[in-house]
Ligand binder design. Structure first.
Ligand code: XMP
Length: 522
């Protein structure tokens, strides 16, 4: 990562392990200021180099005095950059600057009424009515500040938290016990706005366009004269990535579409045709069906499938890189949800799935990674794509996982099962397109279950496969609800699948949300 350009403003969020950390960064970007999440122990020199306009310390599940609790360095408070500590972040300020934190007599989870004691900066212009100096805030804490650090004053309190928000006006260090980044805090956005614009002096000049400018500069300076390989699956992320890279480094970019045999019906052909007709970057097509299917033979465990596929991709990229020559980088459209669900290095979140382009990569790789969207959510990447001029045909496609149909065939993968699933999936997508539902649904697909059930067709007993249909609505893939497809559309889909796909005698509809389920079945 390079230092920002003179015009671009950056707010750094230091992550102490809260489930809301990336939400803070996202809220700030929505307010028009570029924000990135970094680990809590980002070295001070690195922070100086990035020249942020402000720093936010996130919440976290630890207790500041706990064994192995994440601590920021004390120096952080001396570099003269405005700081806002949220929940654990507030307690960190007290811990480092001589205050006292104790386990609260009463823990506070959920809504609380907060009384504003000073409305001159962080809480300026947020009171709804002059007679009532309270706002609704969202609390989630066991510990609380019991003594202010030196040179700090209280600026808000609740019934259970006598010190709910603090300030050192001169050094521009603020802390709040509640979570301004969640929608349940009624004036959370305005409070963050006050921090950004009144306290840090930001100007709201970030948008997808300035993100593109910033990334073009970063990519050019990282890549230098070397070449970059980009795996163009045809999904939203890799499409936007390829166009961004092409703009940045033109002929130094080599896109490869790898058909791993796990694509949907006719997909590889469609993708290559679409790109060759629209864009003029180097694009190679490689049919690696047998290579992948051989490696996956007999494999049932979902995580093992993902790791095998990740490794096979890299083997191919490294082989191709050798052929092209002077390739230093592999570019991937990794998004924030891929990172957070695949790793736990930034916080306490457990590995949920090894997304193949993150945790599924082998430890030793000859190519360095370029992942410009690592901080973004899918809807943000779609905005970047629109800014780069990609049409709806590329942007509105449903997400498709890197391991493809491998994680939609439960159990062993065979060519025959792939054929059955492809046909069923194709009918499902065609019918939701016909019903005008495709763009209202985040993702829809068919899953082939590893069970046979009894049916009756034309007076004959059948004993065949079950197809599960999955369709969800979501904003960013982190949480999702099952889509309420009208019964008449489901009826038509089920009817067509059972009649047209050989080997299927039953269709079921998945009505689970995420959490507790995930979107993909494996
Ligand atoms: P889950 O199943 O974890 O999926 O709820 C969330 C979103 O991520 C996609 N997904 C993946 N994308 N590589 C990817 O590039 C993967 O290994 C992978 N696994 C899941 C999934 O399709 C959904 O949109």
């Amino acid at each position: 990562m390079t230092a920002p350009t003179s015009q671009s403003e950056l707010i750094i969020v230091l992550d102490f392990g809260s489930q809301y950390s990336q939400l803070i960064a996202r809220c700030i970007r929505e307010l028009g200021v570029y924000s990135e999440l970094h680990p809590f122990n980002l070295p001070i020199d690195k922070i100086r180099e990035l020249q942020p306009k402000g720093i936010i310390l996130s919440g976290g599940p630890a207790s500041v005095y706990g064994k192995n609790a994440p601590h920021s360095s004390k120096e952080l408070f001396e570099i003269g950059i405005p700081i806002l500590g949220i929940c654990y972040g507030l307690q960190m300020i007290a811990f480092q600057l001589g205050g006292q934190v104790d386990t609260s007599v009463k823990r506070e989870y959920g809504r609380a009424d907060m009384f504003i004691d000073d409305d001159s900066d962080l809480f300026a212009d947020i009171q709804e009515d002059d007679q009532n100096p309270t706002i609704n805030v969202w609390m989630s804490h066991g510990d609380a500040i019991s003594r202010l650090p030196r040179n700090f004053e209280r600026i808000a309190h609740t019934k259970n938290s006598p010190i709910c928000a603090i300030r050192n006006k001169e050094r521009k260090i603020f802390g709040v016990q509640f979570h301004p980044e969640v929608v349940h805090t009624s004036k959370g956005k305005e409070i963050l706005q006050n921090f950004l614009f009144k306290i840090c002096g930001c100007k709201s000049e970030w948008n997808a366009g300035s993100f593109v400018e910033r990334k073009l500069e970063e990519i050019r300076s990282t890549v230098g004269k070397e070449k970059v390989i980009c795996a163009l699956s045809g999904g939203v992320d890799s499409s936007v990535l390829a166009v961004l890279l092409h703009k940045a480094i033109d002929k130094q970019l080599y896109c490869i579409h790898i058909n791993n045999g796990l694509m949907r019906k006719g997909e590889s052909e469609k993708v290559v045709k679409l790109y060759r007709n629209t864009y003029h970057f180097n694009l190679d097509y490689l049919d690696a069906t047998d290579f992948f299917l051989k490696k996956l033979k007999g494999v049932i465990d979902p995580e093992k499938k993902r790791r095998i596929i990740g490794k096979a991709f890299i083997e191919i990229f490294e082989g191709e890189a050798k052929k092209i020559g002077n390739v230093g980088f592999l570019a991937q459209g990794t998004l924030y949800p891929d990172v957070i669900e695949s790793t736990s290095f930034r916080g306490p979140s457990h590995t949920i799935k090894t997304h193949h382009n993150v945790g599924g990569l082998p430890a030793k790789m000859n190519l360095k990674l370029i992942e410009p969207f690592r901080e973004l959510f899918k809807d943000e990447v779609r905005n970047v794509g629109r800014t780069l001029g990609l049409t709806d045909e590329f942007i509105n496609r449903h997400p498709f996982p890197g391991p493809g149909l491998a994680v939609r065939i439960l159990g062993e993968i065979t060519k025959e099962k792939l054929e059955v699933l492809r046909e069923a999936d194709d009918i499902f997508i065609e019918e939701i397109q016909n019903a005008g539902l495709y763009n209202t649904i985040w993702q829809a697909f068919a899953v082939l279950l590893p069970v046979h059930t009894v049916g009756v067709m034309g007076d004959q007993r059948t004993y065949e496969n079950v197809i599960a249909l999955r369709a969800v609505t979501s904003l960013d893939g982190m949480t999702a609800d099952w889509a309420q497809i009208p019964p008449e559309v489901l009826y038509k889909i089920s009817n067509r699948i059972v009649n047209e796909v050989r080997g299927v005698n039953r269709v079921v509809y998945d009505i689970s949300s995420k959490p507790p389920s995930t979107i993909e079945w494996e």
